[in-house]
Design a protein around this ligand. Structure first.
Ligand code: ZN
Length: 209
């Protein structure tokens, strides 16, 4: 994809996620890696249902701005994307959204891990076990976003998550993939797990049933 196509695909994804209620009030940020290794990320403070080609900033993996239009500033959460691209060379697209279910599920975590329900759909997240016992990492939220990124960086240096995603408590979920379609599938599957977990609690099933 050329630069225009990358930004167009990001804008289309943002519009879809806004429609799903995952990117309301300018929340969330999406990015895609360019051929030179830098990445386009949504600019800060823009409504996610109406992004144009100007609403993106190109950043390198060290956090330096490569390109910006009309004085746009990069998302305040750019450092989280940098950590993912640095640790996962195959990741080409990173989606970070703020959904209700993702925030509720942070409360179900133990010791920084959320046990995902052993659903057939985990296959779509790369888990093919007959009785999967898979945890999603959950990071504490901090006003200083760099602190979240530093904690994620340290954790990923120890072990990469088994599934292509991570949760930030009371904040939102991040998912990634090798291309747009895969990143979207991963995000949708994680959101499905979150919906399952919250509804299972309401039904008194315990979450892992
Ligand atoms: Zn966020």
């Amino acid at each position: 994809m050329n630069d225009d196509d990358l930004r167009g695909a990001l804008a289309a994804a943002a519009r879809d996620f806004h429609g799903l209620g995952w990117m309301l009030g300018t929340a969330g940020n999406l990015s895609a890696r360019r051929v030179d290794g830098s990445f386009w990320i949504t600019a800060s403070g823009r409504a996610k249902d109406a992004l144009t080609q100007e609403d993106f900033v190109a950043m390198d993996l060290a956090g330096q701005i490569q390109e910006t239009v009309a004085g746009r500033r990069p998302s305040a959460e750019t450092s989280i994307h940098q950590v993912i691209y640095r640790h996962l060379p195959a990741a080409q697209v990173v989606f970070h959204v703020h959904s209700v279910e993702a925030n509720l599920c942070g409360h179900f975590a133990c010791d920084g891990q959320l046990r995902l329900p052993p659903l057939e759909m985990l296959k779509g997240l790369g888990v093919a076990d007959a009785e999967p016992a898979v945890d999603l990492p959950v990071f504490a939220n901090h006003v200083r976003v760099a602190q979240i990124a530093e904690n994620m960086d340290a954790a990923f240096a120890q072990a990469l998550p088994r599934v292509p995603g991570a949760l930030i408590h009371m904040h939102g979920v991040t998912a990634w993939g090798d291309n747009f379609a895969q990143a979207r599938h991963h995000l949708e599957l994680l959101e499905y797990c979150f919906r399952y977990l919250t509804q299972a609690r309401l039904l008194g099933l315990g979450g892992e049933s």
